[in-house]
Structures are given as structure tokens and as C-alpha cells.
Design a protein around this ligand. Structure first.
Ligand SMILES: *Cc1c(COP(=O)(O)O)cnc(C)c1O
Length: 357
């Protein structure tokens, strides 16, 4: 694929963050952006890398009115010998295409889209932070661009990738979070768009998350839409519970996001010989286990945090402390294992890391 590259001129270059220990999440983008266009009659065309800057889109662009937008989130890691590693990137692009199908948007050609991503990363590789725990966050995005105010799928799309350095998620160690079990609002219903990474899912979750934040919680734990009975997931993470010696996570039944980290955790837990079950888990079972002292640990999984331990669950006005409010043993072991594989500090028996330089 011929990607046209227009490099930023010296005056267009941005100032790189001076102190990697101050990096947060999501505020900084690099000097360039990868873009390509789609037209229903031609397919994808004009793959290009340009200086990072505002997009020009028509105010009637269909993504702005009817929400045809999908995205992905993955990371590149600074590894030994000034190398750059990607973690299971192919899975993210396959998920992007599944999201596309659900939203009546065109699939991308995965090798071509990944080639665009790699060239972008290599061009801006000076932005990759190299302190422990830091990484380069990658945000592939697709939006409908056809100017049309009738409701139907757009005939035109823009696919772009932006990247930016992000900090170690945990500055003061792995801090357990307090989660609020939401029993009124719902995130997604079976048959809806819960398993697609699409903007609408997040827009509709903001109100519940804001109300929980006001009450002092970090995250909302969603229950199923039909009965408000079964565990689904939290904001941008899948959830795992360890009850007695069984590790349990919700099955991929259509309303939860199939996380890449979720899949990695399932594989590793099974390989460690621990009982790992994907099944519907009633909130009442979790609460009963917490009351009996059988709830050993709870944690969320996602690209940003890898493993996010839960220290407290609040349900119907009652607080339940989990693992003494500390990070559980399995949570810590999983975090160390995955992070070591990502940064190439441990052998990668699964073939998850691809070195791009
Ligand atoms: C992205 C996301 C996840 C985590 O997926 P990863 O591939 O592990 O990063 C989980 N739940 C939701 C709702 C998400 O958007």
C-alpha cells in the first residue's frame, strides 16, 4: 500500500512532554495522524500520513447526527534495545471490523490499516516514552462523513489513527477502586450495541458514572438490562471475581465488550491451573460470597490499566470490602505477568507481542 506521507514542518512540530513521570492519559497527541477515506463506489482510498491537526467535516456529516462512530484502543511499548512492541494488535483490528459490521460501516483491510499504524508510530517514535509503565496509546477511529440528514448508513467514511504518550496508570502503586453497583441505569442490552466499541455506549453511560463519582465511586458496575441481576462489566473494563477457588467472568453473550485483556487473563488463569469460568454471575451470589468471606478478589481488566483491583463494592446502600481493601494476590500476579510480557521482560509463550522495530 502506498501511503503518502506529508511530514510536519519544523514550525508544526509540537513540544514533547519534558517529564515522563507527569504523563497522564489522553491529553497529548503526537505530530502526525494517519487517515484514509471510503466511498461506497470505490472502497478505501487515499491512505496518508499528515501533520496532526483539526479535521474539516461537513456539519451535516452523518456521524454527528446518527452516531456512526467506532474506535479502538491499544498500546505500543518501548522495549529492550530501543525496540517497539505491539500487544495483540491484530485482535483490536478484528474487533474494529466486528464493530463496523454492527454499525453498518465498512470493514478496513487489516494488513493495510495496521501498516498505516506502524508507519505512523515509526514516524513519531521519538514520542514513545520509555520510563517503566509508560506507553504509546493508539486510537484507531472511524466516522461517517457523508453530508445527509435522512437516517440510513452513510456512503462515506473517514478512518484515522491518532497516538499519544500515556503515563503509568498507577502512580502510587495499584490502588484498589470503589465500585458502585448500578441498579437503575443500564449500559447495554442483548441485541443492542454493547459488544461494539462505539461512541453511543459511552455517551449513554456518562450520567450514571457522573452520579456515582459524586458519591465517591471510581466506577459503575453494570448489571444486565433485562433483570438487573447479572454482572456485566464496569466503565471500560471487563470484570472478574474470585469466589472460593473459582475465577468467574461474564460470558460474551452480546451485551459486553469482548476485551483483549479479558481474553489474555482467561488464557493465563487457565494455564496456571486455576478454575476459570465464563458464566452468568448474579450480583446476589457476589454479595453472599462477600458476606461469608468467600469473595477473595475482584478486579477489572482493560488496556489502559491492565488489572484494576476492586477494594469495595457498594450495592443497595451497603458497602462490602473486598480483599481487605488491598490488591489481591491473583490480581497482582496477573498484572505482573501481563506487564512483563508486554514489555518483553518475560518470555512470550502466547506469541502476543509483535516487535515493529
Ligand atoms: C475497551 C473496553 C474494554 C476493555 O477492552 P480491552 O481490549 O481489554 O482494552 C472493556 N469494556 C468496555 C466497555 C470497553 O470499551
Amino acid at each position: 500500500m502506498d501511503i503518502t506521507i506529508t511530514a510536519a514542518t519544523p514550525d508544526q512540530l509540537k513540544t514533547k512532554p519534558a517529564d515522563e513521570s507527569q504523563l497522564g492519559f489522553g491529553d497529548i497527541t503526537t505530530d502526525h495522524i494517519f487517515l484514509m477515506d471510503y466511498d461506497a463506489s470505490k472502497g478505501w482510498f487515499n491512505p496518508r500520513i499528515e501533520p496532526y491537526g483539526p479535521l474539516t467535516i461537513d456539519p451535516a456529516a452523518m456521524s454527528l447526527h446518527y452516531g456512526q462512530e467506532i474506535f479502538e484502543g491499544l498500546k505500543a511499548y518501548g522495549i529492550a534495545d530501543d525496540g517497539i512492541g505491539l500487544f495483540r494488535a491484530n485482535e483490536n483490528f478484528e474487533r474494529l471490523n466486528r464493530s463496523a459490521t454492527r454499525l453498518c460501516m465498512p470493514e478496513v483491510d487489516i494488513p493495510k490499516a495496521m501498516e498505516g499504524m506502524k508507519q505512523l508510530i515509526l514516524l513519531d517514535k521519538g514520542w514513545i516514552p520509555r520510563s517503566p509503565g509508560t506507553s504509546l496509546y493508539i486510537r484507531p477511529t472511524m466516522i461517517a462523513t457523508e453530508p445527509h440528514l435522512g437516517v440510513r448508513p452513510s456512503n462515506n467514511y473517514l478512518f484515522f489513527i491518532i497516538i499519544g504518550p500515556v503515563g503509568a496508570y498507577y502512580k502510587e502503586g495499584l490502588n484498589p477502586v470503589k465500585i458502585y453497583v448500578e441498579d437503575f441505569f443500564v449500559r447495554a442490552a442483548i441485541g443492542g450495541t454493547g459488544e461494539a466499541k462505539t461512541a453511543a455506549n459511552y455517551a449513554s453511560s456518562l450520567l450514571a458514572a457522573e452520579e456515582a463519582k459524586k458519591k465517591g465511586f471510581t466506577q459503575v458496575l453494570w448489571l444486565d438490562a433485562a433483570e438487573r441481576k447479572y454482572i456485566e462489566e464496569v466503565g471500560t473494563m471487563n470484570m472478574f471475581f474470585r469466589i472460593d477457588d473459582e475465577v468467574i467472568t461474564a460470558p460474551l453473550n452480546g451485551s459486553i465488550l469482548p476485551g483483549v485483556t479479558r481474553d489474555s487473563v482467561i488464557r493465563i488463569v487457565k494455564d496456571w491451573g486455576i478454575k476459570m469460568t465464563e458464566r452468568s454471575l448474579p450480583i446476589d451470589e457476589v454479595i453472599a460470597a462477600a458476606e461469608d468471606g468467600r469473595l477473595q478478589e475482584a478486579f477489572g481488566t482493560g488496556t489502559a490499566a491492565v488489572i484494576s483491583p476492586v477494594g469495595q463494592i457498594t450495592f443497595k446502600g451497603h458497602d462490602y470490602v473486598v480483599a481487605g481493601g488491598k490488591m489481591g494476590e491473583l490480581s497482582q500476579k496477573l498484572y505482573d505477568e501481563i506487564v512483563d510480557i508486554q514489555y518483553g521482560q518475560k518470555p512470550d509463550p502466547y506469541g502476543w507481542v509483535a516487535r515493529i522495530e
